[in-house]
Write a protein that binds this ligand. Structure first.
Ligand code: UTP
Length: 464
């Protein structure tokens, strides 16, 4: 009978990774079992794929890139169009055909917060967490349209336990238990910078990290999420990320645009004005749509101008998407087909003597899958331009950085509250902090029904 050790060696040896069992004899039986499970779960094929660079960062001929079918903010018929789109979106919401997909499995390393990022307090007056603000938008949408909007929430091994406990303690901020499906994404191993060896984080644990927001497809399928969507009759999923409290969750106009175009993959985009803005751009090359990351966009292509003086490649993705569930189902037949992206990062690891090394310089390759790599597979796609002031303010960085810090995001939230209050005829005194709970008003029109014109706001106020 072969021992666990022998079996694991036979798995690792063909790939030159026996060093992962270097400390085997120092582990107790439970630790040995855990390490064995990690190694068995490991798709060691990713090592070969990562080394070959298969599928990743392919160079595209951006000289042929054009903007895909787009709804622009300033187009002459936008008002009339918006009314029809909103109507269609509202119908789909009332019929229970729309669900939400929130990805919250990231490690939030730039922000440097020790808990899942969704628990980060961001409400400028209330201190509400990102989860609270985003989930309350779903609750308010459910109440407005009179139909459940199920939430599929992706965590990772790094965020799962705490997220589950937090949401249970907060009673999902008002969402029914049956309408919250939490599922955990998979992990991928870190490899040394020379791409020779997988790294150990501890004697009994590999250095693993979440497999990127693209891990959503596989995890949704494995957890039974796709089947649940079918069972519930959900036909379209509104995808957003946990770090953007301004996300227009289930915006009926975007949903309607997606339906009108019979799109399989719709993206909210913003008009990129400065070539240096660090957002991916949505392009179409020979009829196939894709998102080109800012790091892959050559400076000349980024700076090229259209006849109207704007950037030729103007459609900056803000990571808010609509997916047809049929499309996801089709794509999920082979979730591994999403390419692996490599990034050189600082990854703590165990050296040969078993000491933990905290590298000062990037030392290892982390692997990730990106959700937008699904886009080229969509039979029909669409981009819908939105106003960044009303849709996009992600918390990415720790205080002290230039942009996308907590303070920067709070300024966006307060500026939006001030605009809505001004539109309702209220006066907000200089320097006063204002915040509107999504449960109080989801948009400026709803707020106007609740605030009397002429109201004066002279101290910090949370409308709830
Ligand atoms: P980011 O790419 O900003 O990564 O994630 P991050 O992990 O939150 O932050 P850094 O880069 O470590 O500072 C964008 C969105 O995708 C989710 C995040 O939770 C966030 O909502 N995400 C990212 C996942 O759900 N899983 C991942 O593996 C990566």
């Amino acid at each position: 009978m072969t021992s666990d050790y022998d079996e694991l060696i036979s798995l690792l040896k063909p790939h030159g990774q026996q060093h992962l069992l270097r400390f085997w004899d120092k582990l107790n039986p439970v630790q040995q079992q855990e390490l064995g499970e990690e190694i068995r779960r490991l798709d060691i094929g990713v090592l070969t794929a990562a080394r070959s660079g298969a599928g990743q960062d392919a160079t595209h001929d951006l000289s042929r890139a054009v903007i895909p079918p787009a709804i622009r903010l300033q187009q002459p018929d936008r008002e009339t169009w918006a009314q029809s789109a909103q109507h269609l979106g509202a119908e789909a919401l009332s019929a229970g055909k729309v669900g939400c997909l929130l990805v919250a499995g990231g490690q939030g390393s730039r922000l440097g917060f020790d808990h899942p990022k969704g628990m980060f307090s961001i409400g400028p007056v209330s201190g509400a967490s990102l989860f609270q603000i985003l989930l309350e938008k779903i609750v308010a949408t459910r109440d407005r349209y009179g139909a459940a909007v199920p939430l599929f929430l992706m965590t990772s091994p790094a965020t799962d336990d705490e997220t589950v406990a937090y949401l249970s303690e907060q009673r999902n901020f008002g969402l029914a238990e049956d309408d919250v499906h939490i599922f955990c994404q998979g992990t991928l191993p870190a490899i040394d910078a020379q791409m020779h060896k997988l790294l150990l984080a501890e004697p009994g644990h590999l250095a693993l990290s979440p497999d990127g927001h693209g891990g959503m497809l596989e995890a949704l399928k494995r957890s039974g999420g796709l089947d649940a969507l079918r069972r519930r009759g959900v036909e379209h999923l509104f995808y957003f990320q946990v770090d953007n409290p301004l996300a227009q969750v289930c915006d009926p106009e975007t949903i309607g645009a997606h339906l009108m175009a019979q799109s399989e993959y719709t993206l909210q985009v913003v008009n990129k004005r400065d070539p240096g803005e660090r957002v991916g751009v949505v392009v179409s090359i020979d009829g196939q749509m894709r998102v080109v990351e800012y790091s892959d966009l050559p400076a000349e292509a980024a700076a090229e101008r259209a006849p109207d003086g704007g950037l030729k490649l103007w459609a900056g993705s803000i990571a808010v998407h609509m997916f047809a569930v049929d499309f996801l189902q089709r794509m999920a037949a082979d979730p591994q087909s999403l390419p692996l992206h490599r990034a050189l990062k600082k990854v703590p690891y165990l050296d040969e003597q078993g000491r933990t090394v905290q590298p000062q310089q990037p030392n290892a390759i982390k692997l990730e899958r990106f959700i937008f790599d699904l886009l080229p597979h969509a039979a029909r796609g669409l981009v819908v331009e939105v106003d960044p002031a009303a849709a996009f303010a992600p918390v990415k960085n720790a205080p002290g950085e230039k942009i996308e810090t907590p303070e920067y995001v709070q300024d966006y939230l307060m500026a939006q509250a001030r605009r809505w209050l001004a539109a309702a005829g209220a006066e907000v005194a200089e320097g006063v902090r204002v915040e509107i709970s999504p449960r109080f008003a989801l948009d400026a029109a709803e707020l106007a029904t609740k605030i009397n014109s002429g109201t004066k706001i002279t101290r910090d106020t949370y409308f709830t």
